[in-house]
Structure formats: structure tokens, C-alpha cells
Design a protein. Sequence first.
Length: 329
Amino acid sequence: MRVLQTDLHKQEVLYAVLVHSPDLNKKFSKYPLLEDDPNAVCVYKDGHFIWRSEAMCETHWYEFDDDKMEAVENHRPRKFNVWDHVALALHVENDQVLTFDFNKPEDFLTYCENDDVAYVEGFQDHDKANELVKELWPEWLGALKVERPLQMHYPVTELKLVLTGSCGEETSSTGNTISGKQAFYSSGSGSVEMEVDNLEVKIINTPKFSELTTKEEIKETLNYIRCSGPALHVFLLVISLKNITANLIRTVERFELIFQNKALRRTMILFTHQAQTELDIQEMMQEVQQFLTEKVGNRYLVFNNRLEDRDPQRVSDLLRQVKKILGGE
């Protein structure tokens, strides 16, 4: 396999890969071999052609201004995409005919989980992926294996923590305690950046759930999350330990309505307090253990969110668990 050419289009970049017989290496030697480059969109590794989905799409926030006749930055929560595509150019000599088994690709199909917030309708879950494959191959009896994006298997060096919850004061106080400074004063969209344990962290605060009641408000918040990179993110669902059973169930239900059920797969619950004893905390957690296991796979942390009592080790513990959710070490 060799790098044949790169074609630039208005909103697309097309990478053409030449596939030829080993006997013709000399004939096509002017084209560089396709190798295992960690930064490339397409590579050849261990006898396989790999199209890396995490390298596929770049984004920008510019649009053409007809009056100024130039591209200007768009300050609205709108993002534009430049798509990368890969085309295989299969070489055959003279009158040779290329033959292949049309049904063979079905043996290698997998479903890759979406690693970003999604608010548009369409191809979003494993069941729909299976339905689509069934339409293409009616005799197909298998079930798609699930994979995670390759990006999420690389070491995590930067991430985004998205604070959500029913109480604006709790989420703001939690963001301040994690960052170690008075960065948030009330509920609402806002952000702060920090570096801890060689990790670049951006903390995003979102409006309390009572302020997210319309489709427009929810869409605006989701846009804000998407446009506030880095792409890798985890939701921190902040819930006070006070009246924990009622608070937990009600808050999780509201979270699912706003961010959809699948967002729970990348969610950690932070139970916040300021003066609870260890014994009290243990008793409270026993009340909701089964619910936590069912909803978030026991991903939770009890967190003192009073800024004056900030424990750097507790913050490090939190980030370590967040990295595990993302698949990094």
C-alpha cells in the first residue's frame, strides 16, 4: 500500500491509497509506502489497513462574510467540519479482472461508540447499527461487536470536566474546590482551566437543571459543551448528601432527560458534603448502593466541596478515576 495523492476540496480532504501487487514495487516506488504513523489518518499495520476515526475530522469556527469578502470568526455556538475521506485505488494489470467476495466485509464490521455529546437525530446507538447491517445483508445472523474510538486508548493528557446538577450552588462550589480558586459564583455556563498531575483540565459549569426546561436551552448548553474543548470529557453529576435517596433518584432522572441515557456511560456522581463524618457517609451510601451500580456502574466519589477544606489528594483521586472512565492511564 502506498500514498497515491491527497485531493483538497471545499470541505473535504481525500486521501487516495494505492494497493498493488508486491511484484510491482519497483514500478510504483515513486509513491511513499503507507506505514504506521500515529498521526496519520490511514496507516498500514500488522497486515491490516487502518482508517483512524479519531484523526478524521477537524473543526473551525469561521464563516465567509459577504460584506468583508473574507473569513471571519463566528462567535455563535456553531461549529464547522472539514471531513477526511480515504479512497482505495486497486491496481490491476492490462486485461486482469479484480474479483472479491462481496459478503466478506460483514465479517469485520464493528460498532464504534460515540465519544462526544450528541444532540442530533440519526445513527446513534448499537441497535440501529445492527438494523442497518441487517438491511445490507439480510442473511446476516451476527451481532456487531462494540469498540471504543482509538483516541480513547491513548494516554489522556487533557480532558474536560462538565459539572451538572440540580443545585447551582453545589456545582459552583464543587468547581471552585476542584480548581482551588473562586472561579464560579453561581449557576450558569462558565469555565476555568488548571493543570494538575501533568494533566490539562478544563472545568465547565452548566446551568442547574431547573434552567434547562426547553429544547433551545438544552441545545444551547450542549453546544457550549461541544465548543469548549478538549473533546475528551466526563460528566460530574453533583448531588448533595442531604436526603440522599430522594436527591439521587430525582437528579439522575432529570440528567437522563437532558443529556440522554447513554451519557451515563461517561458520568461520575459526586456526593458533596461539608461536615459529614465517615460513619454517616458509609450509612448513607448503603441506602443507594444498588441504584448506583445499576445506573453508573458504581462510579461515584464522596467529595468535600468547601474550598477552605480542599484536599489536593482527593482532587488527584477524582482525576485518576475520570481517566479510567476515558480509557486512559
